[in-house]
Structures are given as structure tokens and as C-alpha cells.
Design a protein around this ligand. Structure first.
Ligand code: AN7
Length: 350
């Protein structure tokens, strides 16, 4: 049986004797070495951390297993979150496991179909508002203040605690920290968590140094890059369609303390990286996930030399979550009569 991450990294997590130890199979996700893109972009060693291999198909399960354990420990009967999709799928799963009333607020029309299907399937109460993620988050904050409901967005520090285990796993797998850590940035909880994890492991003597943190927002939803709130964020990568990130300050600390950058990538750059990942590496991440690779490509093209360096790109969510984009962004299937010659002809076998 797979051990619970709560047990594996118990020394680094806020556990008490009353914290339930359990698992839905999250964590211990693969760190896969690049075969093609590493050479193409001149990286010493390039790895992809496949967070889409978590039980609900995204990195959110790391923080959720911890946050829901604490909610249960504290006697909560209900949990609530705002979400661009993945947090809602994860909260719905962990809430279902514990029999909690789970309510998720999502932006109507701007959540990938797979994620909506998950939240509904796990039995959550799904509220789709006529507004964006930032408005949903504000509503959830008000609800949690007024009612005995545990908020499981990443403003809940237990989410950050669980999520930082991603950094521990990378160091455990590589034997030390990578030189560079590339990551998409939306609400900025994940970059905050990874930085916290790397710093804690370094302080505990489990890593010799800290990586340079390279965060990437979508150009139409890049408040940290622009240094102001974006009222109407827009991007094809709906997961990171966020104009006022909750962990804004902490992301800036991660950037500055690590000597890194938070930059933006265009939707075209995101889609190009998304296609490359799938067609050249056999890795199907969702569009927001590809912002990490798009960021690496932009950085290298802009002069960053990664020769002799180790870099990790976090692939935050599974491509299956957003089948609409997958079908739009790739070659459509070929429709043919059920005839051998027709197939031979179309494959142009020469
Ligand atoms: C695939 O689910 O914010 O910077 O509500 O789903 O920690 O927000 C999702 C974010 C990157 C950005 N990649 O991470 C939500 C939500 C994927 C994501 C991010 C998200 P953060």
C-alpha cells in the first residue's frame, strides 16, 4: 500500500496526535527526464514533474490531503473553495472521502469540462457564478467568515504545507535541488509552497542550496508581472485565469529570495509548449501546465544559458481535464470509409 504523504514527511507537517493519517493515493509523482527538448534547448538535464498523476489529476491533491485532514481534526462538517477547476475537483474528492458537505464556486463558462465533471461526480455542490475566479474567492472568504465552514483555498496555510511536499520529492529524487525550477503561476500558492519546501529542506541539511524560481503567468492574466490587479483576466489556460492572486506577496518573496523571475507567456507560447510536450515527450499536460515549459523556452530564447544546469518543469495538471482545447489544438482525426486501401493511402506509406 502506498504510504500517506502525511506520514512520509510528518517531520515537516503541522500534525498532532489527532490529525487523521490517510491517503487517496496522492504524491510520489513521477519525475521524468526529457528525451528531446533537453537537447533542443541546451539544458544540462531537464525533468518534468508529472503532477497530473495525482488522484484527481492535478497538484492540488497535495495541499488538499493536508487541509482536509486539519478540517476533519478541527471538527468541520463542511468545506468550501473558489476555483478555476482543479481545486474544486480536489476538494470534492477529499470532501467525499470524509463525508463532508463540499461546496465549490467556479466561474461559469470558464472551467474546463473534465474538472466540472469531476466536481459533479464526487457529489460536491457546484455553484457556477456569473463572475471570475477573483470574485468567487471573495465570496468564499465572506462565507467562511460568516459560517462554520472550512475554507480550503490556498489562503488556508495547511494547503501550502501539504503542497510543499512536491519540493521534497524532487530533492529526494535528484539527490539535491535542481538549479532552476519552472512553474506556472495563477493564484501563486504553488510557487509559494515549492519555495517553502526548498527552503525547509535546505535548512534541514537535506539539500545543499536553493533553486532559482522561474514563475510564469499567462500574458492576459499577469498581475504580478504588470504589478497591478487585472480586472478582466483572459487566457486560453483557464486554470490560471486569475487577476488578483491570493499569494501575491509570497510569490514575490520566492522570486526575489531565489534570484528568479516571474514573467508572462502568451497563449500561443503556451499552446506551442503544450503541443511539444505531448508530441515530442509523450506528456499530456493541461494548457496551464505548459506555461512552465513555455517559460523555459522563452527564457532560453531570451539568453538564459542552461548548459550544465539541472531544470525541473512542473506539469501541474493532466491534459485530459481539458479535452476541448486538446481537440482544437491538434490535427483533427481523419474520417475514412472502413477500407484498407483508404487507410494505406491516407498514411502515405510510399
Ligand atoms: C493546472 O484550481 O487556482 O499559482 O482554483 O490548475 O498555485 O494557483 C488552479 C491553478 C497551475 C496555478 N496549473 O497554480 C484552481 C487554481 C494548474 C492549475 C495553476 C493552477 P497556483
Amino acid at each position: 500500500m502506498k504510504p500517506s504523504i502525511l506520514q512520509k514527511y510528518s517531520d515537516f507537517l503541522p500534525l498532532t496526535d489527532n490529525t487523521p493519517i490517510y491517503t487517496l493515493g496522492e504524491c510520489d509523482t513521477p519525475l521524468v527526464r526529457s528525451r528531446v527538448l533537453e537537447k533542443e534547448f541546451g539544458v544540462g538535464a531537464l525533468y518534468f514533474k508529472l503532477e497530473g498523476c495525482n488522484p484527481t489529476g492535478s497538484f492540488k491533491d497535495r495541499g488538499m490531503v493536508m487541509a482536509v485532514a486539519k478540517a476533519v481534526e478541527e471538527g468541520s462538517k463542511a468545506i468550501m473553495c473558489a476555483s478555476t477547476g482543479n481545486t474544486s475537483a480536489s476538494a470534492a474528492a477529499y470532501g467525499a472521502y470524509w463525508g463532508l458537505m463540499t461546496c465549490v464556486i467556479v466561474p461559469h463558462g470558464n472551467i474546463a469540462m473534465g474538472k466540472l465533471a469531476q466536481a459533479v461526480a464526487y457529489g460536491a455542490r457546484v455553484i457556477a457564478i456569473d463572475g471570475n475566479f477573483d470574485q468567487a474567492l471573495s465570496l468564499v472568504r465572506q462565507m467562511a467568515e460568516k459560517h462554520p465552514i472550512a475554507m480550503v483555498n490556498s489562503v488556508n496555510p495547511n494547503r501550502i504545507e501539504g503542497q510543499k511536499t512536491g519540493a521534497f520529492e524532487i530533492v529526494d529524487a535528484l539527490g539535491d535541488v535542481p538549479d532552476y525550477h519552472f512553474i506556472p503561476v495563477g493564484n501563486a500558492g504553488n510557487i509559494t509552497s515549492y519555495w517553502k519546501g526548498y527552503v525547509e529542506y535546505n535548512n534541514a541539511g537535506k539539500a545543499s542550496k536553493r533553486p532559482v524560481m522561474m514563475g510564469f503567468q499567462a500574458e492576459g492574466a499577469a498581475p504580478i508581472v504588470k504589478d497591478h490587479i487585472v480586472e478582466n483576466p483572459e487566457t486560453i489556460a483557464t486554470a490560471i485565469r486569475i487577476g488578483n492572486p491570493a499569494s501575491w506577496e509570497k510569490a514575490i518573496i520566492a522570486r526575489d529570495e531565489s534570484g528568479g523571475v516571474i514573467d508572462s507567456v502568451t497563449d500561443n507560447e503556451i499552446l506551442s509548449a503544450y503541443n511539444m510536450l505531448a508530441t515530442k515527450e509523450g506528456i499530456f499536460g493541461e494548457p496551464a501546465s505548459a506555461a512552465s515549459l513555455a517559460g523555459l523556452i522563452k527564457s532560453v530564447n531570451g539568453g538564459l544559458n542552461l548548459a550544465g544546469k539541472t531544470a525541473v518543469c512542473i506539469i501541474t495538471g493532466n491534459g485530459l481535464k481539458d479535452p476541448d482545447i486538446a481537440l482544437k489544438a491538434a490535427k483533427p482525426p481523419i474520417k475514412l470509409p472502413s477500407k484498407l486501401e483508404a487507410i494505406e493511402q491516407s498514411l502515405d506509406l510510399g
